[in-house]
Design a protein around this ligand. Structure first.
Ligand code: GDP
Length: 703
């Protein structure tokens, strides 16, 4: 299949919850002709929300990739979740997108999560266009929302439209490039519209906005600047390529407006996706590492080592294959893997290498996924996004490549889990099924973990928040039909060390025949990881050849494992483990003896390294009427919170604070009574911090 890459757009829609992402997606699918029946979120019949859970909650949780044709182009729409508990899912999707549509609520403007999403998109330099939605809603304010995009996001919004009317009088939009008015007919689901001259009452506003468009664009576009300073007329044909170039370079963010609910402005937004967001060819080549496949130490998750330099993976269908697994959907009979091809061509019935796991995998089928059906295809070229079946060991974040040209793309860093709870099957006969289902869920969700303790028979699940775990437990019960009981959610604590400690351990047994021997000397040091760095790092300072490479690998694995287990029941993080010395015996040393020696040395060193308990700190945003401001911020302080900022937005106080998660349980109820139900809030994990000793001691004593 030949796919004109210039005509592909890999995009996502991102938004604060309730801003209208699902409705906008639904309208996209409708207009691009893939669905013939319009679904309304309010009756839970939309197309991307095919998961029942989402329909019940009315929020989009699971990412799905959907292909939709528009104006002779293919838009691959990657669904990004809107809830903060699923930030990692958003990051994961952003990673494979070339561009995004960020949806705002015209009444609220920029909200907490839009800021989070914007920050993440900036991190990956994803070009964006903005859609100010809900122009039909009471309180809708285009100018204020536009201003908040500039001020709160530090973005460079460029108006390409202004609304005609607002609230119940919202009728259409003025296109600032063509300087025409477009009126939509709601009864026709927006499929019918009239393009007419700008009405007299809006002409001044339109001229002013057009001037702003040219002025802002001139700041980031040389050709427009030229015309602007020479006072030459600027026409629509000059503007489009200039806006496109500035947007693709992430220097400008064109702003559209409309109402997804009232079917206004959606086709123009789709045009905007095609006109302004990049094709895969516009994106810089992705850089991968050449893995050192001789190193067999990388068996498990995220333990791969990359040596041997970097390679640029160009978006070229004839190059060596490089593809990236960004989503696993655990299905019966086989898992479905959503993959972005970065280079080369992925073919059915082919063998690909997964270098992180050191295995070759079979690609048995490739599917193009539409909202309601999947179409088998023979191959997928660089730049495309498709679903694949047949893989057995691959997980989210893995690279698939040509076995002759191994490449490893950078993994997505997922945040630490912050909440955990116990889970048990209603009947012991269900235990195996429960563990199987948990394994499936953790394949789908990199931020979901479970640990079965063989000794106590207890299983713990951990995730990014109460809602995250609740959703997953519901999936277990409803979709996977496993009846489970769960305990109350608990904070996931960690330990860290506050002092340097050194310990030497000699493991020596002489029992008749062959002996056992290993000697290691370890140093533990407090360590502050930079963004993207692992929380526990291992470094060997023994001269090469002092012990065999497999023994070195055994030491590395054993100490990392020991750190995960911890001394007091909490994983130990933010530490560097240095192997200072090591000695082996010609015949008596094995990987097992080194593991044992390393573990003992680690535990003894950790004991004298002054452990300190760490707790997750949440970034909390509370919005409250002014009159409750004092009560709310006082309450946050009592919860050991630090209020960072309190601004006024739309007559309400917006409080931003850092608060330990431990103090936030039950906050929904407390805030309701503090503000007589008028306050609202969101939170997301920020970082781990050391618990004040008096509280830490109490937590440890109670556990
Ligand atoms: P999401 O959480 O961002 O996916 O938002 P939804 O699409 O689920 O929309 C949230 C709520 O806002 C639903 O009740 C929608 O019907 C409503 N909504 C979405 N778009 C609009 C709009 O353009 N105007 C108005 N008035 N309501 C809208």
């Amino acid at each position: 299949m030949s796919l004109d890459l210039r005509k592909v757009r890999n995009i996502g829609i991102a938004a604060h919850i309730d801003a209208g992402k699902t409705t906008t997606t639904e309208r996209f699918l409708y207009y691009t002709g893939k669905t013939h029946k319009m679904g309304e979120v309010d009756d839970g019949t939309t197309v991307t929300d095919f998961d029942q859970e989402e329909q019940q909650r009315g929020i989009t949780i699971y990412s799905a990739a959907v292909s939709c044709p528009w104006r002779d182009h293919t838009i691959n729409l990657i669904d990004t979740p809107g809830h903060v508990d699923f930030t990692a899912e958003v990051e994961r999707s952003l990673r494979v997108l070339d561009g995004a549509v960020v949806v705002f609520d015209a009444k609220e403007g920029v909200e907490a999560q839009s800021e989070t999403v914007w920050r993440q998109a900036s991190k990956y330099r994803v070009p964006r266009i903005c859609f100010i939605n809900k122009m039909d809603k009471v309180g809708a304010d285009f100018a204020a929302s536009f201003k908040s995009i500039r001020e709160r996001l530090g973005a460079n919004p460029i108006p390409v439209q202004i609304p005609i009317g607002a609230e119940s009088h919202f009728e259409g939009i003025v296109d600032l490039l063509e300087m025409k008015a477009i009126y939509y007919e709601r009864e026709q689901l927006g499929a019918k519209f009239r393009i007419v001259d700008i009405p007299a009452k809006l002409q001044d506003a339109a001229r002013e906005a057009r001037h702003e468009l040219e002025e802002r664009l001139a700041e980031v576009s040389e050709p427009i600047m030229e015309k602007f300073v020479h006072d030459e007329p600027i026409i629509a044909d000059d503007l489009k390529p200039a806006i496109r170039a500035a947007t693709v370079a992430d220097l400008a963010h064109p702003v559209f407006c409309g109402s997804a609910l009232a079917y206004i402005g959606i086709q123009r937004l789709l045009d905007g996706v095609i006109d302004y967001l990049p094709s895969p060819l516009d994106c810089p080549p992705i850089v991968g590492q050449v893995p050192d496949l001789a190193d067999k130490s990388h068996k498990g998750r995220s333990k791969e080592k990359a040596k041997g330099g970097t390679v640029e993976c160009r978006c070229d269908p004839t190059g060596p294959l490089v593809a990236y697994v960004f989503k696993v959907v655990a299905e019966k009979p086989v898992d479905v893997f959503f993959v972005r091809v970065y280079s080369g061509t992925l073919k059915t019935n082919s063998r690909v290498l997964n270098p992180a796991r050191g295995v070759k995998e079979n690609v048995s089928r490739i599917l193009r996924v539409f909202a309601k059906r999947r179409e088998p295809i023979d191959s997928a070229v660089a730049g495309d996004i498709v679903a694949v079946t047949g893989l057995k060991e691959s997980l989210t974040g893995d690279t698939l490549c040509d076995p002759k040209h191994p490449v490893l793309l950078e993994k997505i860093e997922f945040p630490e889990t912050v909440v955990s709870m116990s889970i048990e099957p209603q009947s012991s006969a269900d235990r195996d099924r429960m563990l199987e289902a948990l394994a499936m869920l953790s394949r789908e969700n990199p931020t979901f973990e479970y640990r079965a303790n063989e000794e106590t028979g207890q299983t713990l699940i951990s995730g990014m928040g109460e809602l995250h775990l609740e959703v997953l437990v519901n999936r277990l019960r409803r979709d996977m039909k496993v009846d489970v009981r769960v305990g109350t959610p608990r904070v996931s604590y960690r330990d860290t060390i506050t002092a340097v400690a050194v310990c030497e351990e000699e493991f020596k047994r002489q029992t008749g025949g062959k002996g056992l021997y290993a000697r290691v000397k370890l140093q533990l040091e407090p360590f502050t990881p930079k963004e993207g760095e692992e929380h526990v790092v291992f470094e060997s300072r023994v001269p090469e050849g002092a012990i065999r490479p497999e023994f070195l690998a055994a030491v590395a694995n054993a100490v990392k494992d020991a750190a995960r287990t911890g001394l007091r029941g909490y994983p130990i993080i933010n530490l560097k483990i240095i192997l200072l010395e090591a000695a082996e015996h010609e015949t008596d040393s094995t990987e097992g003896t080194f593991e044992a020696a390393a573990r003992m040395a680690f535990d003894r060193a950790a004991e004298s390294a002054q452990l300190a308990l760490m707790e997750p700190i949440m970034r909390v945003e509370v919005i409250t009427p002014e009159s409750y401001f004092g009560a709310v911020s006082g309450d946050l302080t009592r919860r050991r919170g630090v209020v960072n900022d309190a601004t006024v937005r739309g007559g309400q106080r917006v409080i931003e604070a850092m608060v330990p998660l431990r103090e936030m349980f039950g906050y929904a109820t407390d805030l309701r009574s503090l503000t007589q139900g008028r306050g609202s809030w969101t939170m997301e994990p920020s970082h781990y911090a050391i618990v004040p000793p008096s509280i830490g001691d109490a937590i440890i004593a109670a556990s």
